[in-house]
Design a protein around this ligand. Structure first.
Ligand code: GTP
Ligand code: MG
Length: 204
């Protein structure tokens, strides 16, 4: 537990972005290593837990997949409250303007200043296979991500490309944060050399 009563090894990761960008598909690929081409709009939010173990330490990721449709927008704040990381998704085959991506980032930043942000372009397989053209300006998005000091990555939930890489990057960052939080919350060691002159129990 840290000073705020929270367990630094238990962290919340939220997936946000417009409807149909592939948030649920991303979560399902990471959690269950599966992909369904069926479209099933998320109602409110769904969450799943994944434990990541390194040596004798375990990091518990609570991953929140949120609904992208406008009617749930008012509820978003409660979903990303206390999130340590957010994956902000856009569909690389759908001309999502940079402004839409920015609005998600701004809304998040206004509410959760300490949340790490990861920019994720989805449906990479469609472009790689020539089934759709890339409809976003990749350079602009890369530049924007750099401006807000966020990593950016393109993924395919269909093939699995870069999905583990994205979550591993997030887990690594949160792992370091959890460890440094433990270190900074350790009581300051007392320097016995500086304390009052030592006496044995028998000394007067
Ligand atoms: N080819 C391909 N299709 C994808 C990929 N990711 C998602 N899709 C498809 O895109 C559609 C929308 O995906 P969802 O994951 O349901 O989208 P969402 O962002 O969760 O949408 P909401 O729940 O409405 O916010 C589905 O038909 C998916 O199969 C991908 O990486 N490649
Ligand atoms: Mg969904």
């Amino acid at each position: 537990m840290n000073r705020n009563g929270a367990n630094p090894n238990n962290v919340k990761v939220v997936i946000i972005g417009n409807s149909d960008v592939g948030k649920t598909a991303l979560m399902e690929r990471f959690m269950y290593d599966k992909f369904t081409s069926r479209r099933g709009e998320t109602i409110g939010a769904a969450y799943a837990v994944k434990k990541i173990t390194r040596g004798r330490q375990t990091l518990v990721l609570s991953i929140w997949d949120t609904a992208g449709t406008e009617r749930y927008r008012a509820m978003m704040k409660q979903y990303y409250r206390n999130a340590k990381a957010a994956i902000v998704c856009y569909d690389i085959t759908n001309n999502v303007s940079l402004e839409v991506l920015k609005s998600w980032v701004t809304e998040l930043r206004n509410n959760e200043q300490d949340c790490r942000i990861y920019i994720c372009g989805t449906k990479k397989d469609l472009v790689d296979d020539g089934k759709a053209k890339c409809d976003v300006d990749r350079d602009k998005i890369k530049f924007y991500a750099e401006c807000i000091s966020s990593p950016s990555i393109e993924t395919s939930s269909k093939t699995g490309e870069n999905v583990d890489k994205l979550f591993t990057m997030i887990a690594d960052d949160l792992w370091h944060e959890a460890l440094s939080s433990k270190v900074s919350n350790r009581p300051t060691p007392i320097d016995l050399c500086d304390s009052a002159p030592k006496r044995s129990c028998c000394s007067k």
